[in-house]
Design a protein around this ligand. Structure first.
Ligand SMILES: Nc1ncnc2c1ncn2[C@@H]1O[C@H](COP(=O)(O)OP(=O)(O)OP(=O)(O)O)[C@@H](O)[C@H]1O
Length: 309
């Protein structure tokens, strides 16, 4: 069973189409990163999936339940919205007890305390939330979203405004929740975070999914420049010059020195060609390192692909 399948999902506000015939499939157990510039339609998509906003047209299935029977799965999902509000005079424990009751769960106080420990709020269990920092409120929001041990957890910007130490803690927690079998749907503007955490990534633009895949697949599809560093046996001046000239016909930004050379190619195929050429010239290659494109580069490349289309 898929965790989520959206088919031609569309949301219009007046004349404006915010989510446009969107198709998406998410397998169970993945940490799914959902990216897009401001206004791309991410929150609107999540709001439809979590039942806050009604689609204009199209359908989706969440944990196997069709969108018109969402109440059947509501207790199996967890949601951290992009902002959470809490009763100021409640402590963290009061909050979790309250939400546990609202959801009709039979969670014990010990279990709720453990949940607060999991999100590193053990020192603030009995502190009123009016005294919480922004980051502490995020953590409490995550604890609240986990209270029903959800099968799929929606995290909208879980680390924005959170200090670096706490971010590491939240990342560890997300990995642990995923390892326990929960599917994670993560929205973040922090591309580094998405690259580190997510096993699958989709990039949304103007209401549709522009690309989707693992980091490896995204690199294959959208990587424009691959930087290659070669360490080789000592070359004499003539060979260096010869290689500089020849490699410049096969690659960009070629820089051949006596023991190291670097160049930029457009595809892995070019690397194989250059390597064969070096072998044919009896250049002993000791090491060949490829600098992989970051998600940020892919994201920027995609933006320019769309603008020039
Ligand atoms: N209730 C609404 N009524 C009218 N327009 C809306 C409504 N909600 C969202 N929009 C518009 O839909 C577009 C997409 O908004 P949405 O919040 O889904 O984008 P987003 O990708 O989540 O952006 P961000 O990264 O800034 O959170 C925006 O142009 C927004 O102004």
């Amino acid at each position: 069973m898929l965790a989520l399948r959206a088919t031609n999902l569309t949301k219009q506000y007046g004349n404006k189409t915010v989510v446009n015939q969107l198709n998406l499939e998410i397998k169970q157990g993945v940490i799914f990163g959902f990216l897009g510039q401001n206004g791309a339609g991410k929150s609107t998509f999540i709001n439809m999936i979590t039942g806050l906003v009604r689609p204009t047209s199209g359908t989706f299935e969440l944990l196997g339940a069709p969108n018109d029977s969402l109440k059947d799965v509501r207790t199996r999902i967890g949601v951290l919205p992009d902002y959470s509000t809490f009763y100021e005079n409640f402590t963290a424990l009061d909050h979790l007890k309250y939400f546990s009751k609202v959801l009709g769960l039979k969670t014990t106080t010990d279990e709720l305390k453990q949940l607060l420990r999991d999100v590193q709020l053990e020192d603030a269990i009995d502190v009123k939330t009016k005294n919480y920092s922004f980051g502490m409120k995020k953590k409490l929001g995550i604890a609240q979203a986990l209270i029903n041990r959800p099968e799929i957890l929606f995290l909208d910007e879980p680390t924005s405004g959170v200090d670096a130490n706490s971010i590491l803690g939240i990342h560890t927690l997300i990995r642990k929740i995923a390892a326990d079998g929960t599917t994670i749907f993560l929205t973040s503007h922090n591309l580094d975070e998405v690259e580190k955490l997510c096993t699958e990534i989709a990039i949304m633009q103007d209401g549709t999914i522009q690309t989707q895949g693992t980091m490896e697949e995204l690199r294959e599809q959208h990587e424009k420049n691959i930087t290659v560093h070669v360490k080789h046996a000592l070359l004499d001046n003539d060979t260096q010059q010869h290689l500089q000239t020849k490699l410049s016909t096969l690659a960009k930004d070629v820089n051949v020195s006596s023991t190291h050379s670097t160049f930029i190619v457009q595809s892995e195929h070019d690397i194989a060609n250059i390597n064969s050429y070096l072998v044919s010239q009896h250049v002993n290659v000791y090491r060949l390192e490829v600098e992989e494109a970051s998600l940020e580069e892919i994201f920027l490349n995609l933006g320019s692909e769309i603008r020039s289309a």
